[in-house]
Write a protein that binds this ligand. Structure first.
Ligand code: DX5
Ligand code: ZN
Length: 229
């Protein structure tokens, strides 16, 4: 696991850009050297317009792979179903700041379950809104698109947001080990810039699964991310 001070990049390919109906078989072919995490986009058709899958699907998938799960909850009021995701013992569970009135309490519940706690911010949410919650998070997910769909273009304003957040975290007393994750529109063109700005966990949907060879594409992305360090 990288810390804020090393150059380690974790790539987290997002499976919604793939064929979900065959994922149980496909996942066995993913190269763990390229697929550090599996990014699982849970969408409820309410917080975001799209609807994907829930804990049942994720549980089935778990039987087919040892790659750690990075669960991104894009659901209204995650407090109502959080436990069912924590029961799956994922690598992290990320909630959206905008989806609940109790982000602090939920982050504490996630950590108490022995799972890394992530807090995500939409592009329209001022970063200052989550500053006081950073000490409760293991990672902050800076969205570089409005959540809901894969294959959207990267919002370049995210670069400055990542940089400002990293500066804020580093300036905290003793520095902060909170990692920055970025999600949305990542490609070979921008991955070095997001890594250079301070993102350490990088989600990629279309750039991995839109390629003929997802393993090759994921390895290329990781290599490109490191070049800018
Ligand atoms: C967007 C999702 C992303 C998405 C990423 O709502 O949270 O994880 O699947 O896909 P790309 O990389 O294609 O934007
Ligand atoms: Zn996501």
């Amino acid at each position: 696991m990288p810390t804020s001070s090393d150059n380690g990049i974790l790539l987290s390919p997002s499976i919604i850009a793939s064929d979900l109906s065959t994922m149980g078989r496909d996942v066995a072919a993913f190269d763990p050297a390229a697929f550090d995490l599996l990014h699982l986009d849970v969408m409820d058709g309410n917080f975001v317009p799209n609807l994907t899958f829930g804990p049942g699907y994720i549980k089935s998938l778990k039987a087919h792979t040892a790659i750690p799960f990075d669960i991104h909850l894009m659901i209204e009021r995650p407090e109502l179903s959080l436990e069912s995701y924590l029961d799956l013992a994922p690598w992290c569970v990320t909630i959206h700041y905008e989806s609940t009135r109790f982000p602090s309490r939920l982050l504490q519940i996630i950590r108490r379950a022995g799972v890394r706690a992530g807090l995500s911010v939409n592009p329209a949410t001022p970063l200052e809104a989550i500053h006081d919650l950073c000490s409760e998070c293991d990672l902050v997910l800076v969205m570089s698109v409005d959540p809901g769909f894969y294959g959207q273009p990267f919002m370049t304003a995210a670069l400055d947001r990542i940089r400002r957040l990293r500066e804020y975290l580093d300036a905290l007393r003793g520095g902060s080990s909170t990692l920055i994750q970025v999600d949305g529109g990542i490609s070979m063109k921008n991955i070095a810039s997001v890594a250079g700005a301070g993102a350490r966990i990088i989600v990629a949907g279309n750039a991995v699964f839109g390629a003929d060879d997802p393993n090759r594409a994921a390895l290329d992305l990781k290599r490109a991310a490191r070049n800018d360090q």
